[in-house]
Write a protein that binds this ligand. Structure first.
Ligand SMILES: Cc1ncc(COP(=O)(O)O)c(C=O)c1O
Length: 361
């Protein structure tokens, strides 16, 4: 079965917008895009041809991302962060009022938001709270067997906020049983922190697999807003039909290209090893604290805890300028607090706050 038959028919049928820069790359005397011939920042250090529309999918950046993720360029769509990838997938594959996504809370909140924005239903298969928030694999298979509306299955590996990674056998099983009816989206925002192999190696074999990667976490560039959707060409072509004409701003393209120069890889690996070193320190700081009831160290650059008096604890830390993430509105995460791995200095401030909280509680 072709992937086009899973997409919304109107998306397959429509003639996509063709931007000026797509029709004619930015060379020659450019009188085709109603741009200004001058830039206000010309001859300043900030000049980056801002008067011109950027390349919608800049070749050099695409080729660097292809090399980084060990995929062909045709398997790549560069987006405004993974958030945009999630949104595009939902808009292409889910018909309002008819189709659904499946997600496994507690997990990243944007899958639900993208679905609800699109008018798609949200099928939740909660993680097993009594079993370390393990993925309910049988529950996912059941939901797929009983609900024909499900078009997208969002799995996060490692998961935010529980930090657990997806098992390879289960992923293979899911890909097989959904091959003619749904796409499996593996969100690997935190994959670089985890030793498991990326699901990208399976893309050649499975047309219904999509992998999301981002420069926001291990590439230390959340402010850049640059993510990558990886999938077979058939899926990428569908997403290209609806992506904004110019998703990446010129300064973003320039910065991303610099960040992905081969010489930066060593620096990036060093940053990951710093995160790993500091995570070990964070875990030892948290060990045997009287107010911590449970802890999920996970495989990413954060740790999830369950504490006594979470609201007061968060306020206490915030008063010392240490900002942690709480989940007051999520019953599954009652009492939980997520702590990102910070710098040495950040961790020292956190340690003082923890000591003070423990002393007074
Ligand atoms: C699992 C997961 N996916 C995606 C994102 C968003 O990624 P991006 O910054 O590339 O939009 C986050 C952000 O926290 C995340 O935790």
């Amino acid at each position: 079965m072709s992937i086009n038959s899973l997409a919304r028919p109107e998306i397959v049928a429509m003639k996509p917008y063709s931007s000026a820069r797509k029709e004619a790359p930015g060379r020659g005397i450019l009188l085709n895009a109603n741009e200004s011939p001058w830039s206000l920042l010309e001859n300043t250090p900030l000049d980056s041809a801002l008067n011109r529309y950027p390349d919608p999918q800049p070749k050099e950046l695409v080729s660097r991302l292809a090399a980084l993720y060990e995929m062909a360029e045709e398997n790549i769509l560069v987006t405004r962060g993974s958030d945009e990838g999630i949104d595009l997938l939902t808009r292409v594959f889910c018909r309002a009022g008819e189709d659904a996504i499946l997600h496994c809370p507690p997990t990243f909140g944007m899958y639900r938001i993208a679905a609800q924005t699109q008018g798609a239903a949200v099928v939740a298969v909660p993680r097993l709270a009594g079993d370390g928030f393990r993925l309910d694999e049988a529950g996912i298979l059941d939901a797929l067997a009983n609900d024909a509306r499900i078009k997208l299955v969002f799995l996060t590996s490692p998961n935010n906020p529980t930090g657990d990674a997806l098992g390879a056998d289960f992923l293979l099983k899911l890909l097989e049983i959904t091959s003619d009816r749904a796409l499996i989206v593996v969100d690997e925002a935190y994959a670089e922190f985890c030793p498991n192999p990326s699901a990208t190696a399976l893309i050649d074999r499975y047309e219904n697999l999509v992998v999301l990667r981002t420069l926001s976490k291990a590439w230390a560039a959340a402010g850049l807003r640059c993510g990558t959707v990886l999938a077979q060409r058939s899926v990428i072509s569908l997403l290209r039909r609806i992506i904004a004409p110019y998703p990446l701003a010129s300064p973003v393209i320039t910065l991303a290209r610099h960040m992905l120069e081969p010489k930066m890889l060593e620096r990036q690996r060093h940053l990951i090893s710093e995160v790993q070193r500091n995570k070990t320190r964070l875990l030892s700081m948290l060990e045997s604290r009287s107010f911590i009831r449970d802890m999920w160290p996970g495989e990413a650059n954060f740790v999830l805890l369950r504490v006594d008096n979470p609201d007061k604890f968060l306020t206490f830390c915030a008063a010392r300028d240490v900002i942690l993430r709480g989940y007051p509105a999520d019953p599954m995460l009652a009492g939980c607090v997520r702590i990102s791995v910070g710098s040495d200095q950040d961790l020292s401030a956190l340690e003082s706050a923890l000591d003070a909280w423990e002393a007074q509680s």
